[in-house]
Ligand binder design. Sequence first.
Ligand code: GDD
Ligand code: MN
Length: 411
Amino acid sequence: MTDDAVVPHSEHPDLASDATSDEDPVNAQVEQVDGRALPIGTVGDSRTDVSLVVPTFNEAANIGHLLRSLHAVLTRTGAVFELIVVDDDSPDRTWATAAEIARTHPEIRVLRRTGASGLATAVICGWAHARGSVLGAIDGDGQHPPEVVADLMAAMDERTDVAVASRHVPGGGVSNWSAVRRLLSRGAQALGLLLLPGTVGRVTDPMSGFFLVRRDVVATADLDPVGYKILLEVLARGDVLRVVERPYVFLERKEGESKVSAGHYLGYLRHLMRLRIHPLRSRALMRYLLVTVVALVADAVTFLWIFDRQGWNLTRSAAIAGEAGILLTVALHDLWTFAGRAARSTLDRIRRLLGVQIALGTLLAGRLLVINVLVNWFDLGPLTAFCIALAAITPVSHLLGSRLTWRRITA
Ligand code: GDD
Ligand code: MN
C-alpha cells in the first residue's frame, strides 16, 4: 500500500478551492487520489482479511444504506475487513455522504479520485490502496445484494482464487430486465465467448461486477482494463487457477440511473480485442514457442540417432524420441517459460506434470500408430512417416497440453 498519491484536501490542486477544509471532520475521512495507476502490492497487511471496493459515481442516494448493510454483513462474518469506496469526484458528492458514515465506522475508507474515471480502473485503484489478503468488488447502487458477500467469503477457501457472484447459476437471476437488456447482456457474453473462449468460458457470468479475488492472483498481473468489465480483466490477465460461483439475483436500482451508455458497448469490444492480442505480445508465448521448437528438434535428432545410428526398430526409436521431447518440454516450461508462475504446492506441480505426461503420452501413442500405418500400409519411408506424424500431432498436443496445464498461453 502506498500513500504518495494521497494529498490533504487543502493542498490538492483541483480541490483546494472547495469551501470545506481539512479540519472539516468529513474531509478528514477522505483520501484524495489522482488518476495514476498504482501497482497492487503482493503483500497486504496480515491483520486485514478482506478489502471490498465499492466504485461509485453519483450514488449519494444509494451509498448510505448500502454501506451500513455491507458493514453489518461483514461484521457478522467475524473477519477483519475494510470497505473502500472509490468515488470519481461525483458532482452529487457521493464521497462526502460516504465519508459521513465513515466517521462512525472505522472500517470504511473513502477515496476521492480525480483525473480519471471508469468502473474497472476505480476498482483497481481501490485494490492498490487496500490492506486485505482477499480483495473484492461490489457495485455501489445496491443492485448487488450485500448478504451474498458472506457466501462469497465462505467460498474463498485456501484453494480458491476467485469467487464470483453469478446471475446464471441455479438460484441466480435478474429481477425484471427487459428482453432487450437480456439480449444485450447475453449477446455481449456470446461475443466474449467467441473472442476469448479460454477466459469467458471459465465462468457462467463473466460480466459480473461482484466477486472476491485472492491478492496474489492480481498483484503480479499487469491489469489494464477498459470501461466496466473488471472480472474479465482479472480472469484474462490474473494468475487464476480455481474459480467458484455463488448465485445472486441482480436487484432493481432504487435510486438514480445506470451509467452504462452506448460508449460502454464499444469500450467492451475494445477491451475484448485488447485481451485477444495481449497473449501475442506476452513473453510467455515467445518462450513457449521457442521451447516447442527446441523440443521438436530434440525429438527428431534423438529419433535419427537411435533409429539410424543405433539401428533400433522404428516404433521403439520414435517412442524414446517422443518421450525425450515430452520430458524436455515439461522441464523447460516449468523452469523457464512459466518460471515464477509455477505451482503453489508440490502436489500442484506433481498433478500438473502427471497431467502433461498423460496428455502428451497419449498423443505420442497416437503418433506411433500413425507412423506404423504410414510405413506398413502406405509404404512410406520411416523418416517421412516420422515427420508427417510429428507435424500432424504436434499442434494437437500443444492445444491439449496448454488447456490441461499452462492455461494462460492462449486467452
Ligand atoms: N468510480 C466510478 N467511476 N464508479 C463508477 C463509474 C465510474 O466511472 N461508472 C459507474 N460506476 C459505479 C456506479 O456508480 C455503480 O456503483 C457501479 O459502478 C455500477 O454501475 P452501473 O452503471 O449501475 O452499472 P449496471 O448496473 O448497468 O451494470 C452493473 O452490473 C452488471 C451486471 O453485474 C455493472 O457491474 C456491470 O459491470 C455488470 O455487468
Ligand atoms: Mn447498477
